[in-house]
Ligand binder design. Sequence first.
Ligand code: SAM
Length: 284
Amino acid sequence: MSIYNNQKKGSLFVVATPIGNLGDITLRAIECLKKIDLIAAEDTRHTGKLLTHLNIKKPLISFHDHNEESRSFQIIDKLLEGQQVALVSDAGTPLISDPGYKLIQLCKENKIQVIPIPGPSALIAALSVAGLPTDSFRFEGFLPRKKNMKDKVLQILKDEICTLIFYESSHRIEETLIDLGDAMGPNRKITLARELTKLHESILSGDISSILNELRENNEEKKGEFVIIVSGKVDDNDEKSNQLDTFLLILLSELSVRQAANLAAKLTGSNKNLAYERALKLKN
Ligand code: SAM
């Protein structure tokens, strides 16, 4: 990989790093970190450990929420001088609930090339195993900490039909699941992905109330870092037709199509003709 462009300016490489398991670093990320002149890191000690593991020695400067603004200007100066710079965060993909937005904006303003070196991100890892629709999803990051703001956001999100993704820490996981249950109902389906790629990885799926019970019964399940994947609001009609099919499949094994359809329609509050058509299809 050539990391030098044909301009005199340097490029900014946005490099994803592991979310736990160091084996998840990509070959391109290693190659890039070996070639650049400077690494801007959220926590230089944390990234220092990764670099030691990779046997890479490079100058590091801190780049976090509290110095993002001033550091961005300093990094732009270095890029304009021709230095090649990598941006990394403590875990996963920089800018995903991590600092870097200001720096990328300034790069665009200064016509400095920004190159992604993709790799792990907790939200994608969790979504890929959640067993919930992935064709359309909404990443919300961390919910607001203040209760009234959190409730306001959840009131808006409760009617969202696409899959919802949140980040959460161990300190607030139980409280957030209670708030999600209050806003969306205890039966809403979720997947709780904890400590992904790490020793104590666990992935629990079920409705909000049953996952809350599991957490309360087993304190270990409250520890670590979490991604919460929440099913979007299910159309009442879809839910009813799923229920209708479930009843019909049981009743059809004992009753005639007509009898099964009449009984299933009564049990689910569905239209009799619709239940009959569905029963015929299932029978065939
Ligand atoms: N940039 C990161 C990414 O691409 O996923 C996210 C950084 S954000 C500050 C940290 C949050 O991501 C954690 O509080 C947790 O919600 C989630 N997270 C990070 N690593 C995780 C892991 N191994 N398992 C589950 N969640 C994780």
